[in-house]
Design a protein. Structure first.
Lengths: 273, 270
């Protein structure tokens, strides 16, 4: 039984990883082919690094992801605190159902609805589609990141309860001090994980960005990859993807080692006692 | 006075409420507006009535995504179960292995499958064959399963790993055979994980357009492709009407599915 389940896992993981490994292999191909491997070279990496488009897209993606993570974390954390304090059950559930709409809806519908909204607003303001782009994408990204932040902060606030903040208020804190000095440090893990989630969601998004970018030339990595895969693909797209995969892999390993260390420390502490 | 006080209590939620009204509710109202007007802006039922033409596309999307979801469940449940029963250090490794493809952009994953399965692709050149895979329904289903399998495994894993270890013992002490422990105790306890897994696979598969564009080889169209085409060609009113219907169908089926779970655990994965 043990062997059987191990074989099963290896098989499925194998299938999951074959495309990614092939992609990495062909990014080092000497020839312009994604089917026949004819020799090892860094040619496509060099070509990639010489293309200004890639760097601009990378920069845009990072700026967009950082800003949307920050904005959605601030609005979302405040919202979670506000929702927690709400007395009316009806109001609470109304707000959380509206918040969850972008999470439940298919991306393509969210993208379509925001695009139509921006077209209407830009029409009223008399602006052309060229001025869409960064701002519309930022608004859209914050909107679909918000539910993830709220869903990761709200349970923490519920768990913490009210007694600590009440104690702080009794000891002379203003409500704002009580929140920043007492509550926020206690809910920090939830805030951080919400922010990380928002960052990765924004980094990864293609469909919604594709719809709201309008006719502007603003480009993010997923949009660049999409336009690259529309034509006949050369292995430089593979080189770009390999770099993305390797970065994600390193980030995952670091975050795993960190949390593994924490577990190890706890165990050590236990032995000492 | 008292009323003012109660509003002040939750003033922190105000920016979010404002944001949601402006950027979630208002856009949806605009979708409804576009769906019921023609390109000149006057009221018309034409877009909604023309949807009948798209019924076969809706049906095909539903067929492919339901099959893909089912395959994900069949493959994913045992996987989640095996991972949940593994040693803690191994569990971490497996989850990490599962997250890496999930965090890799969908476009990249789909494209690399296409490059492997294509007529002149890696698989055919490796085996020296001329299998025709891209452009079949099977290829699209394979792409959906491949792309969304982790979304099925993770919520089920979260759910199964939370089940009290004593449940297994208690069930077998009370006379359950191993198969019965599975069907009568573990499966029912992991319903909420299954439902969120099914949702997380079904919704993106039914609305995809990239997978069908690449792996369908342009031979057939799914509903996502239809919406995307309306968007590209500027037929926004029809696009809005299709989006509206799709949204209503999905929200209805989600709320029906949520009826079956009383908890919201496992709904969100990290």
């Amino acid at each position: 039984m043990k062997h059987l389940s191990r074989i099963y896992l290896i098989l499925i993981f194998g299938i999951l990883y074959i495309p990614i490994l092939t992609l990495i292999l062909f990014s080092f191909n000497a020839e312009n082919s994604t089917a026949v491997f004819s020799g090892f070279s860094f040619r496509w990496y060099i070509e990639l690094f010489n293309s200004p488009d890639t760097f601009e897209a990378l920069r845009n993606t990072l700026i967009l992801a950082v800003l949307s993570a920050l904005i959605s974390t601030v609005i979302g954390t405040a919202a979670a605190e506000g929702i927690y304090r709400m007395r009316s059950k009806l109001m609470k559930s109304a707000i959380s159902s509206v918040t969850n709409i972008p999470m439940m809806n298919p991306d393509i519908v969210t993208g379509m609805s925001m695009m139509l909204f921006f077209v209407a607003v830009f029409g009223i303001l008399g602006l052309s589609g060229d001025s869409m782009g960064f701002v519309t994408m930022l608004i859209a990204h914050v909107t679909f990141c918000l539910p993830y932040v709220i869903l990761s902060v709200l349970p923490r606030i519920n768990e913490l309860g009210n007694s600590l903040s009440e104690a702080a208020l009794d000891l002379g804190c203003t409500p704002i001090q009580a929140f920043f000095k007492v509550k926020l440090p206690n809910i920090m893990p939830g805030v951080i994980s919400g922010m990380v989630m928002a960052f990765t969601m924004s980094l990864d998004d293609f469909v919604i960005s594709y719809f709201v970018v309008g006719s502007s030339s603003f480009q993010t990595l997923p949009l660049l990859i999409y336009s690259m895969t529309k034509k006949k693909v050369t292995p430089d797209m593979y080189a770009l993807s390999t770099l993305v995969v390797v970065t994600i892999f390193i980030l995952l390993v670091i975050s795993n080692l960190k949390s593994g260390k924490r577990v190890g420390d706890k165990r050590k502490g236990g032995v000492k006692k | 006075m008292k009323k003012k006080h109660s509003i002040m209590r939750s003033i922190a939620a105000a920016p979010h409420v404002f944001w949601s009204i402006l950027f979630i509710i208002l856009p949806l109202i605009i979708v409804v507006y576009y769906a019921f007007t023609d390109s000149e802006g006057s009221f018309s039922f034409e877009n909604i009535l023309s949807l009948a033409d798209y019924a076969p596309i809706f049906a095909l999307s539903l067929e492919l995504s339901v099959i893909a979801t089912f395959i994900c469940l069949i493959i994913g449940y045992p996987m989640a179960y095996i991972i949940a029963k593994a040693k803690p250090e191994r569990q971490k490794l497996y989850i990490m292995l599962l997250m890496l493809p999930m965090w890799t952009n969908l476009l990249i994953r789909t494209y690399s499958i296409m490059a492997i399965l294509d007529d002149g692709g890696f698989l055919n050149s490796l085996l020296n064959t001329s299998l025709h895979i891209v452009g079949t329904k099977g290829a699209v289903i394979f792409g959906m399963v491949y792309d969304f399998l982790p979304y099925m495994v993770l919520p089920i894993y979260t759910c199964v790993s939370k089940i009290d270890k004593n449940m297994w013992e208690a069930a077998s002490d009370l006379g359950c055979k191993p198969v019965q422990v599975m069907t009568r105790v573990i499966l029912p306890l992991s319903t909420s994980g299954i439902i969120s897994g099914v949702t997380m696979v079904l919704v993106p598969s039914i609305s995809t357009f990239y997978i069908s564009q690449k792996l369908g080889g342009g031979t057939f169209e799914l509903i996502g492709d239809t919406i995307e085409r309306q968007f590209v060609t500027g037929a926004l009113n029809t696009g809005a009407a299709i989006s509206l219907v799709m949204m209503i169908l999905i929200l209805i089926s989600l709320s029906v599915m949520n009826r079956f779970t009383d908890s919201d655990e496992g709904g969100i994965i990290v």
